[in-house]
Unconditional design. Structure first.
Ligand SMILES: Nc1ncnc2c1ncn2[C@@H]1O[C@H](COP(=O)(O)OP(=O)(O)OP(=O)(O)O)[C@@H](O)[C@H]1O
Ligand SMILES: [Mg+2]
Length: 255
């Protein structure tokens, strides 16, 4: 569904952020990009909805080179949770979440119902939060609204850049479970960035471990744990996961 073909990115200051990325994300997969700060995760992700253009190489969605697509139309088909949340401050929570459904011409009744459903889904009581402004929510609550907004128009592809980083462990676990359910039941294709290897092992069907603008290893969670390709991957996974229990390809529990 999404294919990266030799994607390089050199920023205008000459810094080579991506050194030739090859990656395929099949329909219905949940792929996590994980690696140290600055390794190129956000850069890789932002290329899928053309917020950043590659210097070399190309990205295909369903076989079509996205360089030939209208970026605005492309973005309507891709849900996106950005690293800094990015809610529009002058709009209520309800308006923020219904932005894309509205642009797509949904009837008012339909998108209002959807807003309430999604706020419920991310653990925010719609009657309490729907008419508030982003500044009237905590950081973690805003992050949950960011997730709701990305799911609102039921896009086939969802990009999530550290979407759960500001959440308490319980809410985080709940949203991770929800995401697994979404990916399994509705066959969404999800690209997810995280710093947290536990999170990656739990939610991913495939993990891409990145370092210095390159993908060091890709594989199912259990493959990565069982056969880390080198010392870098080993140290990234950490010893505590070597005895984890496998549930299919995902890791269901930890030592
Ligand atoms: N506009 C820019 N101009 C020059 N360099 C940039 C620009 N944007 C990002 N970079 C550099 O490219 C590299 C990759 O950045 P990117 O944001 O993709 O990293 P990341 O893996 O998402 O990091 P983090 O985990 O901290 O979010 C970094 O070294 C960053 O400093
Ligand atoms: Mg980033």
């Amino acid at each position: 569904m999404i294919t990266f073909e030799n994607v390089r990115k050199v920023y205008p200051d000459g810094f080579e952020a991506l050194k030739g990325i090859h990656m395929t994300v099949a329909k219905g997969e949940l792929v996590t990009l994980i690696g140290p700060s600055g390794c190129g995760k956000t850069t890789t992700m932002k290329m899928v909805n053309r917020l950043i253009e590659p210097t070399e190489g190309k990205i295909l969605i369903n076989g079509e080179d996205i360089a030939h697509k209208n970026p605005v139309e492309l973005r309507r088909e891709i849900g996106y949770v950005i690293q800094q949340i990015g809610l529009l401050p002058h709009m209520t929570i309800s308006k923020n979440v219904s932005l894309i459904p509205k642009l797509k011409g949904w009837a008012k009744e339909k998108y209002q119902k959807r807003v309430d459903e999604l706020l419920d889904l991310v653990g925010l009581d719609p009657t309490v939060y729907r008419d508030r402004y982003p500044a009237e929510l905590s950081g973690g609550q805003q992050q949950r609204v960011g997730v709701a907004r990305a799911l609102a128009a039921e896009p086939p592809i969802i990009l999530m850049d550290e979407p759960f980083s500001a959440l308490d462990p319980i809410t985080r676990e709940q949203l991770q479970d929800e995401l697994i359910r979404l990916q399994q039941e509705i066959q969404k294709t999800i690209v997810f960035v995280t710093h947290d290897i536990r999170e990656a092992l739990k939610i991913s069907t495939k993990i891409a471990i990145m370092k210095d603008g390159e993908i060091v290893q890709t594989g199912e969670p259990n493959q990565i744990v069982k056969e880390p390709k080198n010392e870098f991957v080993k140290s990234f996974i950490g010893d505590e996961h070597s005895g984890s229990v496998c549930d299919g390809s995902r890791m269901s529990s930890y030592k």
